[in-house]
Design a protein around this ligand. Structure first.
Ligand SMILES: NC(=O)c1ccc[n+]([C@@H]2O[C@H](COP(=O)([O-])OP(=O)(O)OC[C@H]3O[C@@H](n4cnc5c(N)ncnc54)[C@H](OP(=O)(O)O)[C@@H]3O)[C@@H](O)[C@H]2O)c1
Length: 321
């Protein structure tokens, strides 16, 4: 039996699945979440605050962040420990600035949740650093952020949570190293799938490299299944927006339930490396949260190693791992 097909405590046999009801007090804990002003990131913030934790949102938009914080303080009171640091994952310099502010203001990180993303970008767009936009925002931005915060997370014996997607096993099912930006054959679907595969490969590669060094950072990889959020609404083609707005009413679960895998991965003591966590019903799109089937492509070590070296080069930083 392959390691990734084994089941543990959070398995499909556990029909209830993980829910926030299993959480005790999180008072004194600090969670950093990228893209937390809406969708799964916002809902994860709600869960953490409801348990007394501190949440630092890493968002790109000042007004949306102010509105999110206002809404959270209305729900949890003015003393709720929620704040925001501006970070645009589409600009490596913005990630560097945000990381510097975090290191100044946050002395302990229990988990960094790499949640922010864009999806199904209709036409090829490049970030200011010259990356295909989804690969730039979803992968390279987080790769740099995780590196810049790694020593603080290590000193905190904290976690990194990578929020992936079932899309990793769709599309081309590989990193297109010879045309990373899809200059020749851009499609919204293949480029999004590549970016989520890259995120997950990075997460698994980081697990393996940490294990070899004895560092104190736990890395977990999850996905929210199909959840009713704003994803696609700014970026997708008109056709895909209409299609998804109809489809999500039928096949998707709430954004709140979509947040549970990332909250579980940030807090549960019953998780194992080289696993994927998320909803476990209807092709892992909805339902009880537990361990999902993991397609072997995410564990391809040769591709992950090449991606790691490339990511270090593109972001101009070495992990020394
Ligand atoms: N919803 C689903 O069915 C589904 C399925 C599979 C995977 N996922 C994954 O779940 C995660 C959460 O997405 P969601 O569904 O909750 O969608 P969402 O509501 O659109 O949330 C995405 C968040 O990412 C932020 N973001 C986008 N670009 C950014 C940038 N350049 N810098 C910083 N933040 C940025 C967005 O900020 P703005 O508000 O400013 O745009 C938003 O807060 C993503 O990783 C996504 O890939 C979702």
């Amino acid at each position: 039996m392959n390691t990734h097909s084994k089941r543990n405590t959070h398995s499909k046999r556990n029909t209830q699945g993980w829910t926030p009801a299993q959480l005790g007090s999180l008072t004194g804990k600090t969670y950093l979440i990228s893209g937390a002003n809406s969708g799964a990131g916002f809902e994860a913030s709600r869960v953490f605050l409801s348990k007394g934790a501190r949440v630092v949102m890493l968002n790109r938009n000042n007004d949306k962040s102010a509105a999110a914080i206002h809404s959270l303080k209305q729900e949890f009171g003015n003393d709720a420990k929620v704040s925001f640091i501006r970070m645009d994952l589409a600009e490596l310099n913005s990630v560097r600035d945000a990381a510097a502010q975090i290191l100044e203001r946050v002395d302990h990180i229990d988990a960094l949740i790499c949640n922010g993303a864009i999806a199904q970008v209709a036409k090829q767009q490049l970030t200011v650093d010259g990356f295909e936009s989804q690969l730039g925002v979803n992968h390279f931005g987080h790769f740099l952020l995780c590196r810049l915060l790694f020593e603080r997370i290590n000193a905190s014996q904290g976690r990194i949570v990578v929020v992936g997607s079932n899309a990793y096993k769709m599309g081309l099912k590989r990193i297109q190293f010879d045309d990373l930006n899809f200059d020749n054959n851009y499609t919204a679907w293949n480029s999004y799938a590549q970016s989520k595969l890259a995120q997950m490969m990075f997460g698994f590669e980081l697990q393996r490299r940490i294990e070899a060094t004895g560092k104190q950072v736990q890395v977990q990889i999850c996905h929210p299944g199909a959840s009713r959020t704003n994803l696609l609404m700014d970026t997708a083609s008109r056709f895909n927006k209409i299609l998804w707005s109809v489809l999500q009413r039928v096949i998707a679960q709430s954004a709140e339930k979509g947040s549970w895998p990332e909250v579980m991965c940030a807090t549960s003591e019953a998780l194992t490396p080289l696993r994927l966590y998320g909803p476990t019903q209807r092709a892992d799109t909805v339902g009880p949260v537990g361990e999902c089937q993991l397609d072997e492509v995410a564990l391809d070590r040769a591709m992950a190693s090449e991606l790691w070296a490339l990511s270090e080069q593109k972001t101009g930083i070495s992990w020394g791992l």
